[in-house]
Write a protein that binds this ligand. Structure first.
Ligand code: NAG
Ligand code: NAG
Length: 304
């Protein structure tokens, strides 16, 4: 059975809002790139348009042009619509006022939105990027039973659904139905104590944009081919979200130890580059792309 093996990806994305409104378009980065070099052309991002609707709603139509979903998870909801309808009936999809209003009035250089990924701990690492978490982006295998331990009470718990089993697990967990345990690369928790009013599902727009506009990886492989599908990592998808939502993006913990196969890739776990080789991601490819974004001034590395 084909499903992405998602070994976590790291860390923290800090967005800094520089402008009172979110009108900045990616195209402007491209324009300013041409001032330094022709990197903009090689990045092929001229048609990257910003979308600030972070969360999946029942009304979202981009993935169903004729009322039909065209892509499967993580790029759309085809085949999982019945789970999604039940999930969305239980959770929320608006951006809370306190986050939204900060984007309106923040002024310069105040850290406005802090995204953290998967089960990356905060306690004990405050010196790197503080203790706040605006958004925690994760999927069932990287969920923790009690999200209140490493998050704050107003942290938004945002699910990134990679595969049908993820949507099914979330539906079963929200409705306390019998959990089917098949289809995961690692058992997700049996219980999950997240507050449904703080729970969201990431709009599949972002994985889709990450794959098609940024990384240029195929959305699927021919059914009988031996090629393995490569999905963007949670970390790369978080960067994509931040590029859409924020005027300035700082990242921390993305310093992959390329060429050092036995080095841990995260600050908090022992997973190595070698173990990532079969993860269903192409970390090298992402790393090279992040470096290009940094060279273009679109992102900044805070801590490697
Ligand atoms: C942008 O979109 C237009 C219209 O779809 C297309 O003609 C053009 O080639 C695209 N440019 C890039 C760089 O993808
Ligand atoms: C991973 O990305 C690198 C750099 O873009 C590329 O050379 C390599 O072929 C990719 N590997 C796979 C398995 O897609």
């Amino acid at each position: 059975m084909l499903f992405a093996v998602l070994l976590l990806l790291t860390v923290i994305v800090v967005c800094i809002f520089l402008q009172p409104t979110l009108k900045t378009n990616w195209v402007q980065y491209e324009t300013c790139l041409t001032d330094h070099s022709n990197l903009g052309n090689s990045l092929d991002i001229a048609n990257f348009t910003k979308n600030t609707r972070l969360f999946l709603t029942l009304e979202d139509a981009w993935w169903k042009p004729q009322g039909k979903a065209t892509h499967e998870l993580p790029y759309g909801v085809k085949g999982t619509e019945k789970f999604m309808v039940k999930i969305l009936a239980r959770i929320q999809y608006h951006m809370p006022e306190n986050i939204h209003s900060r984007t309106q009035s923040i002024g310069l250089a105040v850290c406005a939105l802090l995204l953290r990924l998967n089960d990356a701990p905060v306690r004990g690492y405050e010196k790197d990027v503080g203790s706040k978490t605006t958004i925690r982006l994760f999927y069932p295998e990287s969920a923790v039973v009690d999200p209140s331990i490493e998050n704050t009470p107003d942290t938004l718990l945002v699910f990134l659904l990679f595969k049908p089993a993820d949507a099914r697990w979330l539906m079963e967990t929200l409705y306390n139905e019998k959990r089917l345990r098949k289809g995961f690369w690692k058992a997700p928790p049996l219980l999950w104590h997240g507050d449904p009013t703080k729970t969201r599902v990431l709009n599949p727009y972002y994985p889709h944009q990450a794959a098609t506009k940024l990384l240029h990886v195929p959305l699927n492989v021919p059914p009988k081919s031996k090629k393995k599908i490569v999905h963007p990592t949670t970390g790369f998808i978080a960067v994509t979200v931040a590029l859409n939502y924020c005027d300035e993006v700082h990242i921390a913990g993305f310093g992959y130890p390329l060429n050092q196969n036995n080095f841990p890739i995260h600050y908090y776990s022992k997973t190595t580059m070698k173990e990532m080789a079969n993860s269903g991601h192409n970390v090298t490819h992402e790393h090279l792309f992040l470096r290009k974004l940094a060279a273009a001034g679109a992102i900044k590395y805070l801590v490697l």
